[in-house]
Ligand binder design. Structure first.
Ligand SMILES: C[S@@+](CC[C@H](N)C(=O)[O-])C[C@H]1O[C@@H](n2cnc3c(N)ncnc32)[C@H](O)[C@@H]1O
Length: 275
């Protein structure tokens, strides 16, 4: 089937973003990119994608708002509490056997997932031996993650999620309310590095015992998903754990045989022990 004019234009927009700004969305799942670019086109008041491409190429200030259309930032503290309950009850006992630990939260958005793990690790007494890496391509989100400030009206949901995840303390122990915001305790990110890293184009940067990458692979096409899972495999130590979101699995992955299914419900996999 031949491409529609719009399909051609969309590909050219993605090519322009890649060539000029080195953000590579060419391997993202087409239907979702198309939907997001439509919203961006309307937002910027461009009649066609070619006009959007023209604006983008000549006005670098468009990039940051465009990225916020292309990268979905939905997240919560202890989002999907059952996942964190599984980490607490089934993964932590394994992690306890290591004298030092590294955890990589890939696609960490504004840090909600990472703060959840930092709180969980503190409650389980693992915090002092753990280094956390939170990575994302959205620099605005990473700045928010570094600040650790969340809107106060999100706190009731976060508190309920924390409780349902098996939380051993009150979430209010970890933040101070100020000026309509919840400011999370700086000590929670004392052992965290937030950094710009793309699962599309960057390499492995550390050996880790746990990778948590939820609600990210859904935006990638199968080839790109294989690349990302390959990175996780290379980053994990023997018997390390890979947690994917409820919406993702390794079922069709090229790397499926390198992992065993550790928790089917939570979609947590364990890297096989063979080198
Ligand atoms: C829906 S959020 C998921 C946030 C969090 N992991 C969760 O499940 O609550 C998806 C995140 O993936 C990030 N992302 C998209 N493409 C990426 C890439 N190539 N490399 C790293 N992160 C990416 C987005 O910027 C966004 O912060």
């Amino acid at each position: 089937m031949s491409d529609t004019t719009e399909d051609i234009e969309i590909r050219l927009v993605l090519e322009a973003i890649f060539r000029k700004y080195h953000y590579d969305f060419r391997g993202y799942s087409p239907a979702s990119v198309k939907r997001r670019l439509h919203r961006a086109k309307d937002h910027f008041g461009c009649r066609t994608f070619s006009l959007l491409q023209d604006r983008l190429l000549h006005d670098p200030t468009l990039l940051s708002p465009l990225l916020s259309f292309l990268t979905v930032q939905v997240s919560e503290l202890f989002r999907d509490p059952a996942y964190f309950r599984t980490i607490r009850e089934l993964i932590v006992p394994h992690l306890r056997t290591y004298p030092s630990l590294k955890v990589w939260v890939a696609g960490c958005s504004a840090g909600e997932e990472l703060y959840s793990l930092a709180i969980l690790f503190r409650e389980e007494g693992l915090e002092d031996r753990t280094l956390f890496y939170g990575t994302d391509i959205n620099l605005e989100a990473l700045k928010k993650a570094e600040a650790g400030v969340f809107e106060l009206d999100r706190i009731p949901l976060f508190t309920e999620n924390h409780r349902r995840s098996g939380g051993k303390s009150s979430l209010s122990d970890y933040y101070t309310a100020a000026y309509g915001a919840a400011v999370f305790d700086k000590s929670l990110r004392r052992r965290t590095v937030f950094s710009d890293h793309s699962l599309v184009s960057d390499a492995v940067f550390a050996e880790v015992q746990l990778v948590s990458c939820r609600n990210v692979l859904i935006y990638f096409d199968p080839e790109l998903q294989n690349r990302a899972v390959g990175l996780f495999k290379d980053a994990l130590s023997r018997k390390g754990f890979l947690g994917l979101g409820a919406k993702e699995s390794l079922r069709f992955s090229r790397h499926a045989d390198d992992f065993t299914e550790f928790s089917r419900d939570a979609r947590i996999y364990q890297k096989r022990g063979t080198p």
